[in-house]
Ligand binder design. Structure first.
Ligand code: NAP
Length: 302
């Protein structure tokens, strides 16, 4: 049976990469190597992490960095997902047993999302992993689907800004979506690396909590944010139409990307709410309402 010891992490100081590294180190099960574009730039790499500088355009450089690595966890930035193409090939050539490509979002196996241009790079990387695993039995992959991040600094700005008391309510505000804390996503990575057979060559679907925009506003009001809310209303169907039109005309702005993402995770029947099947396997306990309330409180006070 394969045991994972050496783990390389791409994006080790990134938003989700850093919690992943911290949890890998805290588990004391792994030796962690950070793969970075430029080791010369001052970054806050955690102690106990070996740093290897790479050029994502050079297969040779990537293969050298991945020598003796059992697993590769990618937390590559959204705008650089395509950079993982060579990374997949190098991982296979270097003998990496498990790759977790950078996903950490909506369920991209939902066929409705397959048509969205913003998700094509992630879908292409997963398909490359599938092809590589079919040809190389020693190589395998897992993608993590957690729908929305859940943290005082993320969901609660993007979905409901409880600090500024501001939100654009989509589709009435009662559509359930999955949301996952950074800690639980990091736990999923550890769960995958310690349950290789059960998680081989498939997506895992996890969630800390299922919630709605209206529930988050209700919780904020319970915490004292009662007055002065600036609420606007939109339909995700309209967002999708506008986003597709603007994208076709070359508008790839953050505003358009956000329209696609909102359609994907709040649109009923799309990729943001799914049966959560892997929490137990991966050791994710999830949050009760009081714990969700504590995160909302942190976001209000931040
Ligand atoms: N579900 C959600 O709500 C949600 C929210 C945000 C992000 N995500 C997903 O989570 C994953 C990671 O996102 P993140 O926000 O954590 O990433 P991030 O902090 O923006 O960036 C992660 C790392 O990517 C590396 N990188 C390599 N090439 C790059 C390039 N050309 N441009 C920019 N960065 C580059 C950088 O590491 P070095 O500088 O060390 O090379 C960077 O620190 C993505 O798949 C993203 O779509 C999901």
């Amino acid at each position: 049976m394969t045991t994972i010891k050496n783990v390389a992490v791409v994006g080790a100081t990134g938003k989700i990469g850093r919690p992943i590294v911290d949890h890998l180190l805290a588990s004391k099960l792994f030796k962690v190597t950070a793969i970075t574009r430029d080791g010369g730039i001052l970054r806050d790499f955690p102690a106990d992490v070996t740093v290897r500088e790479v050029d994502y355009n050079s297969l040779e450089s990537l293969e050298a960095a991945l020598q003796e690595q059992d697993a590769l966890v990618s937390a590559m930035a959204f705008e650089a997902i395509h950079e993982q193409k060579n990374l997949v090939d190098a991982a296979v050539n270097a003998g990496v047993r498990r790759m977790i490509p950078s996903e950490y979002g909506n369920d991209l196996l939902n066929p409705k999302l397959a048509a969205f241009p913003i998700y094509q790079p992630k879908i292409a990387i997963r398909q490359r992993c599938e092809r590589m695993a079919a040809k190389n039995p020693d190589f395998s992959w897992t993608t993590i689907h957690n729908a929305s991040f859940l943290g005082p600094d993320w969901t609660l700005d993007f979905i409901v800004d409880v600090k500024q008391r501001k939100a654009d309510i989509k589709d009435g505000g009662d559509v359930l979506f999955c949301a996952t804390t950074y800690d639980d996503i990091a736990q999923a990575v550890i769960g995958i690396l310690t349950h290789l057979e059960e998680t081989a060559n498939r997506p895992v679907r996890i969630s800390s909590v299922n919630t709605t925009q209206n529930e988050l506003i209700t919780i904020a009001k319970e915490l004292g944010a009662t007055d002065g809310w600036d609420l606007t209303y939109s339909k995700t169907e309209d967002l999708e139409i506008e986003a597709l039109q603007r994208w076709a005309k070359g508008d790839h702005s953050d505003e358009v990307i956000a329209m696609f993402i909102n359609r994907a995770f709040i649109g009923h029947g799309w990729g943001g709410y799914f049966p959560v099947r892997d929490n137990d396997l991966l050791g994710i306990k999830g949050l009760n309402r009081d714990e969700l309330k504590a995160i909302v409180k942190l976001a209000i006070e931040r």
